[in-house]
Design a protein around this ligand. Structure first.
Ligand SMILES: [Zn+2]
Ligand SMILES: [Zn+2]
Length: 442
């Protein structure tokens, strides 16, 4: 509970006094302009988020149970639910890709919603559910891996792709996925750090211990530092920041393995071995990027003719058949985004390793860009999964997934983990305080 009046920026480590509750406004760091999590927000309210989560859960069940699209060609009809997409990959010897599709579109989003409701419903009634800490940690861990919105784009791309081959009939699942994308976007506006504050409030109210004895270690040095500072990072002020719950607490001398007092997560001044871990993951992703582009992502057999499709030949197919917009979407998601991610992360790691002071604001913006766009490369994997599930017209036409899809999925996942391993505070550590103060004064 120490330093309860402080919050720290997760991207540049600057320490701030906690502002009063904000009504729908977002607080931005004055040093790096990132959105500060951990500030009290009045909106969206717990009730609103709860209602949206229930609606999203119901819509998710509908989206899973009904066919997304149906195809009609030569008098034959073929339709596919999301589960069909995963199971036809599974039976086509692509178990890992099938698991990735199932986890990112079914398991993780439903577990996220269930975990959120498990915590939110009792909190609304002013009680803390058992295992609260573990559930929120799990919820925060799950968040980046649910990819319903990317899947929705994959459905749209597949639909447009199929229009030239067969009559496409949109199913109930398609509309449910559209609604689900909107509902999940509303749910994701809720900052999970607020759950920790809500739990604190309930526990403080219930606790018989007077607050004075509870906050024995309230650090006067921290508040004076925060009050008089020009630019003070948590590291300079001898404070540790918890990435899970956002709490700020002092680093005691001789404490070898400090843990967060609120959520028990191990705390580090900087993410351990951040640069080398990110570099290793990037190298693995860069190596896999070669087979991802050279090996076929799909084999198609139609009327005895067999054909292999790579990612680039898929883009070329759209381009030559006049679907320039679709060609551009697939090219950006499957070629530009992965290459951009690899290049930006390699540059960030190199600059952090050299302790570069060059343009920290721009480098932070690049890091944010990588975090945001990373998931969208999964588009091609979803398009492959849906195409494989839809194209089974007996012996007339059969499409199976190729090894390129596996390599490509691995590239997307590895680069996502790489960007999570990179500690953006390293960008700011090398920037001299004098330069920062001068910038603040100007
Ligand atoms: Zn910042
Ligand atoms: Zn914590």
């Amino acid at each position: 509970m120490e330093s309860a009046h402080l919050i720290a920026c997760h991207e540049c480590d600057r320490v701030f006094r906690r502002p009063p509750p904000l009504d729908g406004l977002h607080l931005r760091c004055s040093r790096c302009a990132s959105k500060l999590s951990g500030a009290h927000h009045a909106r969206p309210t717990l009730d609103f988020t709860c209602a949206m989560a229930v609606a999203a859960l119901v819509t998710l069940v509908i989206a899973q149970c009904f066919p997304i699209i149906a195809l009609n060609a030569q008098g034959m009809t073929s339709q596919a639910t999301l589960f069909d997409a995963a199971s036809s990959l599974w039976t086509g010897q692509m178990q890992i890709v099938a698991a990735v599709v199932f986890f990112t579109t079914t398991l993780f989003p439903s577990m996220e919603l269930l975990a959120l409701l498990y915590v939110l419903l009792p909190l609304r009634a002013a009680s803390v559910p058992p295992g609260f800490r573990y559930v929120i940690k799990f919820l925060q861990w799950l968040r980046p891996w649910g990819m319903i919105e990317v899947f929705m784009l994959g459905v749209l791309v597949t639909t447009v792709k199929m229009v030239s081959l067969a009559r496409v009939i949109p199913g109930a699942g398609l509309f449910a996925f559209g609604a689900l994308t909107v509902l999940l976007a509303l749910v994701s506006r809720f900052d999970p750090h607020r759950l920790w504050h809500a739990c604190d409030d309930i526990e403080t109210r219930d606790d018989a211990t007077p607050p004075a004895t509870k906050r024995t270690e309230s650090p006067p040095e921290a508040s004076t530092v925060a009050g008089s500072m020009k630019v003070v990072s948590a590291k300079q002020a001898g404070l540790l920041v918890c990435h899970t719950c956002g709490s700020v607490q002092p680093l005691h001398d001789g404490e070898a393995h400090p843990r967060c007092h609120r959520c028990h997560t191990p705390l580090h001044v900087r993410r351990p071995a951040s640069v080398s871990r990110t570099a290793a993951l990037l190298l693995a992703a860069a190596l896999l990027y070669i087979p991802a582009n050279l090996l076929p992502v799909m084999h198609s057999t139609s009327l005895g003719r067999s054909e292999d499709d790579t990612i680039l030949s898929g883009v070329a197919y759209f381009w030559t058949s006049g679907d320039f917009g679709l060609a551009a979407v697939v090219f950006i998601a499957s070629v530009v985004v992965p290459m951009l991610k690899l290049a930006i992360l390699a540059f960030l790691v190199f600059a952090a390793h050299r302790r570069s002071t060059w343009r920290p604001h721009e480098r932070t913006r690049l890091y944010r860009l990588v975090e945001r766009i990373g998931r969208w490369s999964m588009l091609d994997v979803f398009v492959v999964a849906l195409t494989v599930a839809l194209m089974h017209f007996g012996s007339f036409a059969v499409i199976t997934a190729g090894p390129g899809a596996l390599a490509f999925g691995a590239v997307v996942i590895l680069t996502m983990i790489a960007s999570m391993q990179f500690d953006p505070r390293l960008i700011w550590d090398a920037v001299p305080d004098a330069a920062e103060s001068a910038r603040d004064d100007s």
